[in-house]
Design a protein around this ligand. Structure first.
Ligand SMILES: [Zn+2]
Length: 474
């Protein structure tokens, strides 16, 4: 039995917190990081007699996600009680949706080039989040602030077959949810979490093996590692003639392994029943169309448009659209310059080195970086100076064109000046000249470096190289 004869069959269940100001069934705020148990009321604590009221905004955002992910939207759906007794859920049931979800039968294109393919989304339903348990050395505490925070659960078809597939899907999904303002998808704050269902089968087979669920993974890298580990673990059991158990496991980031949590619950364990305290959820076609009209341009379409409109390469366009704030910064800056390709270069290779915030928080005014791209494009400065100007702007704002003038940073493009520098350099570096003439072409680089230093980095590098070659071939 060879590992390479098997393929994992993977389906994901992604929970995304919706970007609403208040909880899904009450008016408590959804703010992250408040002191424990300060954002709660009888409804989200599940006190007897408290009644839920569905948050309209949560439904709108869930429909927005459904439309952006090519789903059908149900004009009639309903909420259900999912019963389970767990300490982070004071109500002892969660309001979710079982047989009639809000969105169904969607999918999205993920990956690029040869890896590009369409992954089906079976359903998207709304539900409430549970509280958070805080384990200390000798006690467990509960924080109910997260009880009742609105979530969507996005369930994919079992159509992913590797850790990379899952990573591609999650990245594409995250971009769409962020772009549409559905969720901020901050994994470090738990606003995007992923459960992985994985089984193994012989390549070419259509059957499904025994499925294991890995719960609540909170980073894309961990999802990929958990899948790689789990596929191998399942193979090792099968290879020894063993049987796999349907079970729920967790990923331990410090060991890189998955660990058994419990035997898998079956649907009947949850004793689903239609939520008696909420009416059926009814949406008109007009409601749905209004939400569809307000959808922003989606990442793939935007990347294609940027490629066409600005002549930038697809890979760069994809980086730019991966963060909507970065994309709007780029497009705004591009209105100030006729050199969008140079602008892209300065943005992606220089400016992004100084930005580690998510979403992108520009440390330099868009007009400034556009002005530098223009000066680079018209030859006023060379690329070394352009890069230095970007770095200096990160420390504090100034007018780059005026600074180039007052500090004499303009590119030297005068043939005579450069010729003089070249001749001086050749006189002072006889050994490098001899090396070059003996076929060591690398010596030219060194000579160019010396000459560039003599001009304080201001020479036109193309012209400099041209003149060097001219003189040396004489
Ligand atoms: Zn509340």
């Amino acid at each position: 039995m060879n590992f390479s004869d098997f393929e994992p069959v993977i389906g994901l269940e992604v929970h995304a917190e919706l970007k609403t100001a208040t909880k899904i069934f009450c008016a408590c705020p959804t703010a992250f990081g408040a002191p424990p148990n300060t954002l709660c009321c009888p409804v989200c604590l599940g006190l007897p007699g408290a009644l839920p009221t569905l948050n309209r905004r949560a439904v709108e955002l869930a429909v927005r996600a459904g439309l952006a992910l090519n789903c059908e939207i149900a004009t009639l759906s309903r909420t259900d009680r999912k019963q389970y007794f767990y300490p982070d859920l004071p109500k002892a049931y969660q309001i979710s949706q079982d047989p009639y979800p809000l969105c169904f039968d969607g999918g999205l294109s993920v990956g690029n080039g040869e890896r590009e393919r369409y992954v089906g989304i079976t359903r998207i339903h709304i539900e409430e989040d549970a509280g958070k348990l805080i384990h200390t050395r000798n006690q467990t505490l509960i924080d109910c602030n997260r009880c009742g925070v609105p979530l969507i659960e996005i369930v994919t078809a079992p159509e992913l077959h590797s850790a990379e597939d899952a990573g591609d899907f999650l990245r594409a999904l995250r971009q769409i949810l962020v772009t549409c303002g559905v969720s901020d998808c901050k994994m470090q704050e738990g606003s995007l979490r992923c459960d992985v269902n994985i089984s193994l089968r012989k390549k070419g087979s259509n059957e499904f093996g025994t499925r294991v669920e890995i719960k609540n993974i909170n980073s894309f890298a961990f999802v990929e590692k958990a899948i790689a580990y789990e596929a191998r673990r399942q193979f090792d059991i099968l290879a020894k003639g063993g049987d796999l158990q349907a079970e729920t496991r967790r990923y331990n980031a410090s060991t890189g392994k998955t660990e058994l949590m419990r035997a898998k619950e079956r649907a009947e364990d949850y004793r689903y029943l239609a939520e008696p305290d909420l009416p059926a959820l009814s949406l008109s076609r007009e409601d749905i169309n209004a939400i569809a009209k307000a959808l922003p341009e989606l990442p793939r379409a935007k990347a294609a448009r940027l490629t066409r409109a600005y002549g930038i390469v697809k890979a760069d366009a994809e980086i730019i659209v991966s963060d909507p704030s970065l994309a709007s910064y780029f497009e705004y800056a591009a209105t100030y310059t006729e050199h969008p390709i140079l602008l892209t270069g300065l943005l992606l290779t220089e400016l992004l080195r100084y930005c580690h915030s998510d979403p992108f928080d520009p440390p330099v005014k868009a007009e400034r970086i556009a002005e530098i791209a223009t000066m680079l494009g018209e030859g006023t400065v060379n690329s070394t100076t352009a890069k230095k100007l970007v770095t200096r702007l990160v420390d504090g704002d100034f007018d780059p064109r005026a600074t180039v003038e007052t500090e004499g940073l303009a590119q030297i493009r005068d043939r005579e000046t450069i010729m003089r520098t070249v001749n001086e350099t050749l006189c002072e570096n006889q050994k490098a000249v001899a090396d070059y003439k003996n076929g060591k072409t690398a010596a030219l680089r060194a000579l160019q470096g010396h000459a560039m230093a003599k001009t304080k980095g201001l020479a036109d590098p193309v012209l400099l190289e041209e003149i060097f070659k001219e003189v040396l071939s004489e």
